[in-house]
Design a binder for this molecule. Structure first.
Ligand code: TXA
Ligand code: MG
Length: 313
């Protein structure tokens, strides 16, 4: 707590992925988060709150639908984008007139938030553009001594980042599919909530090349995976397949198992991408799961991992 009050940056567990947290009202500390991540200052951060009651301190013109979603899903893997109050500074919002807010569902994160009594600006605790960490060990590997403290709260239960819903103007829209299924949002709101490809708001997760492991990633359908792997191996490439355990592969082609239920796939996704990296592959063939439930988030992250890389990292 002293660390946060005096401008420090800590890694802390949430139910989705580990976050790199600083006191959201301390501009210098927030700037350190950007520096450690290597993230452009124009990409806004999520402010984490201890409970929904804190919402009006950070957001104004809060529509009834925001309260409805907060009541149904907080604490939980849902981030709401709302019009900001002056408490949400340009450093946090990237100069936008909106702020992203969520109450994480992890006892350690909630304990820290309650003790601080304020908001924690926290992006995922990985270097910009890399795979998000779902264990304290991942954070240590990626950020090591750059952070003042790493709180170990065990492996994240959800495994992919929160679902981001824009409620700042007009009809609700999903800006990033994530750990809360679109079906659940729609059920509570009683209407469809479309996924909106963002242009006016900057969502770093919407950059083409994001969530990328070091190996190249190519998307495939399950039935073609084995033959594609065999052909690529024939060309001398070290190739692996991310797919269901029931998939038979040619000798010498490692399989990185993905559960067939969507929540299980979301939970394991980043772990498997890290394992594929450690295996030193040239190419990972990734089988796309169904878009049902958290499958939408898994497909989204795999598509980004497979997108052309803009840099060597
Ligand atoms: O599950 C999560 O959301 C994790 C954990 C740590 O809470 N956090 C996370 O943070 O994924 P980050 O920074 O990696 O992604 C936050 C996303 C970014 O894509 C950012 O652009 C978007 O939230 N965002 C933040 N403020 C926004 C705003 N005002 N409007 C639109 N998007 C916003
Ligand atoms: Mg991230």
């Amino acid at each position: 707590m002293e660390i946060l009050r005096s401008g420090g940056v800590i890694a802390l567990p949430t139910e989705t992925v580990y976050g790199l947290a600083a006191n959201a009202e301390d501009e210098l500390a927030v700037r350190r988060v950007f520096a450690i991540k290597g993230r452009p200052a124009t990409h806004p951060l999520i402010v984490h709150l201890p409970q929904a009651e804190a919402l009006p301190r950070w957001a104004r013109d809060i529509p009834p639908e925001a309260w409805k979603l907060a009541a149904a899903f907080w604490p939980g893997p849902l981030t709401l984008v709302l019009r900001r109050t002056s408490r949400a500074t340009d450093a946090v919002t990237g100069g936008q007139d909106t702020v992203a807010l969520r109450v994480p569902n992890h006892p350690l994160a909630l304990a820290v938030l309650s003790a601080l009594g304020g908001g924690l600006a926290a992006p995922s605790a990985n270097r910009f553009g890399r795979v998000s960490p779902t264990t304290a060990g991942h954070v240590r590997e990626d950020l090591g001594s750059d952070v003042d403290l790493i709180l170990d709260g065990g492996p994240c239960t959800v495994g992919v980042e929160s679902t981001i819903v824009d409620l700042s103007s007009g009809d609700p829209a999903i800006l990033r599919p994530g750990g809360l299924a679109a079906e659940e949002l729609e059920h509570v709101l009683g209407r469809p909530v479309p996924v909106r490809a963002t242009s006016s708001v900057r969502v770093s997760g919407s950059l083409a090349s994001h969530y990328a492991p070091r190996a190249g990633v190519t998307l495939v359908e399950v039935p073609e995976a084995a033959a594609r792997a065999q052909a690529l191996r024939g060309q001398g490439l070290r190739v692996g397949v991310l797919g269901p355990a029931s998939l038979a592969l040619p000798p010498g082609v490692p399989r990185f198992d993905m559960p067939e239920d969507p929540a299980g796939a979301a939970h394991d996704l980043y772990l498997r991408l890290r394992e594929a990296d450690l295996a030193g592959l040239d190419l990972l063939l990734a089988c796309l799961p169904s878009a049902r439930g958290l499958g939408l988030a898994v497909r989204d992250r795999l598509a980004r991992a497979a997108a052309p890389r803009t840099s060597g990292t």
